[in-house]
Write a protein that binds this ligand. Structure first.
Ligand code: CMX
Length: 134
């Protein structure tokens, strides 16, 4: 498994309409894409920061992962995503090493990337995603 960089940092927000102007007007970043990921029950907004993206996450349903997170913890950093060469190969490798997986096989996430999540209990409390084109 080869992690090349931090692909994105996911940040849970109550409202994209409220959060985007902060990142654009205060921090001077540019939102380059807004996309709904129905499978994950979120609407996402992306900003490029060097080689890494910020992914703002607005929940589209209270029973989705971000809806539950917002209710329990409020707005804030939700997950860290590492870029890997091949998501399924990496999930297999991590599973064989005994890492607790949320996803045993990859699914489709925002920007057409393959994604898979590791359980936060396995990563010292950090919900961790691996993602890639393969
Ligand atoms: N970061 C760290 N810990 C988290 C967490 C997060 N984002 N979300 C939940 N947890 C912790 C909870 O605090 C809880 O800990 P305790 O047992 O100590 O209280 C534990 O994980 C279980 O949480 P829960 O609320 O009982 O369980 P959920 O039903 O909310 O499931 C999780 C949690 C992580 C398994 C679920 O959110 C999940 O499957 N996430 C992966 C998918 C996802 O997050 N998608 C949204 C982003 C999509 C995208 O980027 O496109």
């Amino acid at each position: 498994m080869n992690i090349s960089h931090i692909e994105h940092i996911g940040i849970a927000v109550n409202s994209l309409d409220e959060a985007i102007p902060y990142y654009e007007n205060m921090l001077g970043l540019k939102c380059y894409a807004i996309e709904e990921v129905a499978d994950q029950k979120v609407k996402t907004a992306f900003f490029m920061v060097g080689e890494t993206k910020l992914e703002l996450l607005e929940s589209t349903s209270p029973d989705g992962p971000v809806g539950k997170f917002l209710e329990k913890k409020g707005q804030g950093v939700h997950h860290l995503a590492f870029a890997v060469d091949n998501v399924n190969d990496s999930l297999n490798e991590l599973g064989e090493k005994g890492v607790q997986l949320i996803d045993k096989t990859s699914r489709k996430g925002a920007e057409g990337l393959n994604i898979g999540f590791l359980h936060p209990k396995a990563s010292m409390g950090v919900l961790t995603e691996i993602c890639g084109k393969e």
